[in-house]
Design a protein around this ligand. Structure first.
Ligand code: G3P
Length: 219
C-alpha cells in the first residue's frame, strides 16, 4: 500500500511547516508497513531531502530539455536534486499527451518514478499505455471536498484499476480525492488500488500527526 501526500500550495504544508510535516510522515512511515512519500512544492524540496530520509516527489515537471525555458523544471534537474519522482499531469497542472509521454520515457531513462494523474477510466487506460510506474485516478470534482473517491465513486476506482492493468499489468494504480481516514484506504485497497494520493485530509488537518496516524490505522 503506497501513500503519497501532496502538500500542494497549502500554507500548512509550506516553508517550515513542510519540513515538519515531512518529518511526521517519516516517523509514521517507520511504524507501519505502508510506503509513505511526500510531494512538497519546489521551494521546500531541498530542505526536506537534506533533513529527512523520506522519499520526495515533485508536484509537477515540464517536458523540456535544459535551455531557454523561463520558469521550467525538467527531469534532469529533479534527478540532480535527489527527488524520487514526480506527479505528472495533476488535474491542477494538466499537460498535453505528447508531453506526458516525453516525461514518462525520460523518467524511465533517468530512473525516476512517474505518477501520471488521470480524471476518468478512459484517461487512466490511455495513461497506462504510456508505461509509467503509477497512474493515479482522481475525479476532479471530489478533490478537496473530503468526500472520498473510494466511497463516492467506487465503480470509477474499480474500473480504472481493471482498465489500467488490462493494458499494462506492471502499472500500479493509485486513487485520490477526498481520502481522509483508514476506512477510505481499506475501501481503496478492496477496489484493487495499490495506494492513494492524499492532500487536504492531512495537510489541512488541525492536527496533522493525528490525521496521518488515523489514515494509516494507528488510532
Ligand atoms: O494530489 C492529491 C489530490 O489532488 C487530492 O486532494 O485534498 O482531495 O486529498 P485531496
Amino acid at each position: 500500500m503506497d501513500i503519497i501526500i501532496n502538500f500542494k500550495a497549502y500554507k500548512e504544508g509550506s516553508g517550515k511547516r513542510a519540513l515538519e510535516l515531512a518529518r511526521i510522515a517519516e516517523e509514521i512511515s517507520e511504524k507501519v508497513d505502508f510506503y509513505i512519500a511526500v510531494a512538497p512544492n519546489y521551494l521546500d524540496i531541498s530542505d526536506i531531502i537534506k533533513n529527512t530520509n523520506i522519499d520526495v516527489f515533485a508536484q509537477h515537471v515540464d517536458a523540456v530539455e535544459y535551455g531557454s525555458y523561463t520558469s521550467r523544471i525538467n527531469a534532469e534537474m529533479l534527478k540532480e536534486k535527489g527527488v524520487r519522482g514526480s506527479l505528472i499531469n495533476h488535474s491542477e497542472r494538466r499537460l498535453k499527451l505528447a508531453d506526458i509521454e516525453y516525461i514518462v520515457s525520460k523518467f524511465r531513462k533517468l530512473g525516476l518514478v512517474s505518477i501520471v494523474c488521470t480524471n476518468n477510466i478512459t484517461t487512466t487506460a490511455s495513461a497506462s499505455a504510456l508505461n509509467p510506474d503509477y497512474v493515479a485516478i482522481e475525479p476532479p470534482e471530489l478533490i478537496g471536498t473530503g468526500i472520498s473517491v473510494s466511497k463516492a465513486e467506487p465503480e470509477v476506482v474499480e474500473n480504472s484499476v481493471k482498465a489500467a492493468k488490462n493494458i499494462n499489468k506492471n502499472v500500479k494504480v493509485l486513487c485520490g480525492a477526498g481520502i481522509s481516514d483508514y476506512e477510505d484506504i481499506v475501501t481503496a485497497l478492496d477496489l484493487g488500488s495499490d495506494g492513494v494520493l492524499v492532500a487536504s485530509g492531512i495537510v489541512k488537518a488541525k492536527d496533522q500527526r493525528r490525521a496521518l496516524e488515523e489514515l494509516v490505522g494507528l488510532r
